[in-house]
Each structure stands twice: as structure tokens, then as C-alpha cells.
Design a protein around this ligand. Structure first.
Ligand code: IMP
Ligand code: MG
Length: 180
């Protein structure tokens, strides 16, 4: 294991099985409909690429990039759009794909922002959520794992842009991010 990790929280196998389940649910719920999957860069890239393979209805793909001001291990509450959608979503079924719901602020903002463009529906799929950190309510229809209030990396998640490439979710050692 990498020396910066305290432990592996979710293995590749666990993640794979969960995504299969989520994909089956999504396939059923959107039967006969087109979905626009909107990935939130960069954290969602691994989840997106695995999830879309498990969805057996036709999907369109788009990405947004957002950032919140402030330090890198905590959300400030202000969301800034760095990259907007390439295509119009009016009248479309939109599914936002995100790595993790922490305070919920990013997704609440994004969902509102996208709803203002008159899509037919907006739902959220998040691989991880931290219930202990919730500050605002986000109604995510598709949730993978409930996780403890620890700083997590891997499977797309980063600390200061590092560790995104690991195929599992690990708990980062506190000494790596404390007092930075
Ligand atoms: P929220 O707006 O507080 O819900 O924060 C969501 C964003 O914070 C996610 O998209 C991640 O980029 C980041 N984030 C929250 N918790 C973690 C974590 O444990 N590891 C890595 N990134 C995280
Ligand atoms: Mg992120």
C-alpha cells in the first residue's frame, strides 16, 4: 500500500459490484429514454467511465468543472464554474455524476444551476456520501457508499491533485493534510 494511506476503505471489487447495481437501477428507471450524463471534473472521471458501461440505455456525455474557493480539504460554500456544458440540456433527462457528497454545497448549487436550463429532469448519482458532514440537503437518487468523516483519496478523489489514479478508495493519513 502507498505510504500516505492509512487503510483501504473500499476495494476495487466492492466498488465494481456497487456500480453494477447502480447501473442496473439507472437502466431500469430510464428505460426507453435518453440520458445526458454530466460528470463533475475531475473527481468523477473513474466513476463515470465505469458507471456508463453498466447503463444499457443510450446516453450522452457532457462534463462540467467547478471549484470552491478556500483550502483544498474543505468546501468554502462558494462554487465557481470553470467549465460549462458543451451542449444544451433543455427538455433532456439529466443525471449528474459526482464522486462524493460532503457538505452537499457543490451538488446543491449545480443541480439548481442546471434546473434553470429547463431539462425534463435532474437526478444525481454519487459514489460516496459523508452523512456526518451534511450542511445542505441534496436529494441524490443513486448513492453508492456511506463513508465516515475521513479524508478519502483514490478512484478519482484527490488531495491537492494527487492520488486520483488508485483504483480503490483509501483513507489518507492525517499528517499529509493537517496543518497545511
Ligand atoms: P461538497 O460541496 O462539500 O459536497 O464537496 C464536494 C467536493 O469536495 C467533492 O466533489 C470533492 O471534490 C471534494 N471532497 C469532499 N470530500 C472529499 C474527500 O474525502 N476526498 C477528496 N475530495 C473530497
Ligand atoms: Mg471534486
Amino acid at each position: 500500500m502507498h505510504k500516505d494511506f492509512r487503510e483501504i476503505l473500499l476495494t476495487e471489487e466492492q466498488i465494481k459490484n456497487k456500480i453494477k447495481e447502480l447501473g442496473e437501477k439507472i437502466t431500469k428507471d430510464y428505460e426507453g429514454k435518453d440520458i445526458v450524463l454530466i460528470g463533475v471534473l475531475k473527481g468523477s472521471v473513474m466513476f463515470m467511465s465505469d458507471l456508463m458501461k453498466e447503463i444499457k440505455t443510450s446516453v450522452y456525455l457532457d462534463f462540467m468543472a467547478v471549484s470552491s474557493y478556500g483550502n483544498s480539504s474543505e468546501t468554502s460554500g462558494i462554487v465557481r464554474i470553470l467549465k460549462d456544458l458543451d451542449n444544451d440540456i433543455e427538455g433532456k433527462h439529466v443525471l449528474i455524476v459526482e464522486d462524493i457528497i460532503d457538505s452537499g454545497i457543490t451538488l446543491q448549487y449545480l443541480a439548481e444551476y442546471l434546473r434553470a436550463r429547463n431539462p425534463k429532469s435532474v437526478e444525481i448519482a454519487a459514489l460516496l456520501h459523508k452523512p456526518d458532514r451534511k450542511r445542505v440537503d441534496v436529494n441524490a437518487k443513486y448513492l453508492g457508499f456511506k463513508v465516515p468523516d475521513e479524508f478519502l483519496v483514490g478512484y478519482g478523489l484527490d488531495y491537492a491533485e494527487k492520488y486520483r489514479n488508485f483504483p480503490f478508495v483509501a483513507i489518507l493519513k492525517e499528517e499529509i493534510y493537517k496543518n497545511k
